[in-house]
Design a binder for this molecule. Structure first.
Ligand code: MN3
Length: 212
């Protein structure tokens, strides 16, 4: 008996496992949306990224390293699916059923000094999420040591050289309709409010410490 062993010529990208169940973020993000979002949408980005990479010269890069290589010359299949993979891994890692408030002191001070107050920050972030036309993401990034709110179209992100505002993301919100339509339909604003109820601010604060 011989087994045919196929040797992968590049590291296959895989989804990070979720650290909570699909229903853990109820009632803010419903279980059905979470399950479809993770097992269908995110999984498809990963499968299509793995299909698109061979021959690109980008096969050996980690998901994070890949983002920094996304310039205008990179094929759209790698840009869209590579971004889709990194963005979703990042998004899942920010969420928690534990309602981790208050915001850790250093991050809170930085937010207050940049935006005036935590509430004003939330208002500005929500405005970025609401004004992103069509599909995309809203972000809080560290750029040159400062906190900046931005948004990107499609599955672009601020790590990509093609992004209008580049920086290190510490918070990101998926505003594609697939992220909220089953529960919120056209009410994107209600979804943004719900998102704030399930952000793990300890994770965001940890990212802030690393990014600044
Ligand atoms: Mn999504």
């Amino acid at each position: 008996m011989f087994l045919t062993v196929s040797v992968a010529v590049f590291a296959q990208h895989v989804q990070q496992p979720l650290t909570y169940s699909y229903n853990a973020l109820e009632p803010y993000i419903d279980a059905q949306t979470m399950e479809i979002h993770y097992t269908k949408h995110h999984a498809a980005y990963v499968a299509n990224l793995n299909k698109a990479l061979p021959g690109s010269g980008l096969e050996s890069l980690s998901s994070g390293e890949l983002q920094a290589k996304i310039n205008a010359d990179v094929p759209m299949a790698i840009r869209n699916n590579g971004g889709g993979h990194w963005n979703h891994d990042f998004f899942w890692s920010l969420l928690s059923p534990k309602h981790n408030l208050p915001v850790p002191e250093k991050l809170l001070k930085a937010i207050e000094s940049e935006f005036g107050s935590f509430d004003l920050f939330k208002t500005a972030f929500k405005a970025a999420a609401m004004s992103r036309f069509g599909s995309g993401w809203a972000w809080l990034v560290v750029k040159d040591g400062k906190l900046v709110i931005t948004s990107t179209p499609n599955q672009d992100n601020p790590l990509m050289p093609v992004a209008e505002v580049q920086g290190r993301p510490i918070l990101g919100l998926d505003v594609w309709e697939h992220a909220y339509y089953l529960k919120y339909q056209n009410k994107r604003g209600d979804y943004v409010d719900a998102f704030f109820a399930v952000v793990d601010w300890n994770v965001v604060a940890g990212l802030y410490e690393k990014a600044k």
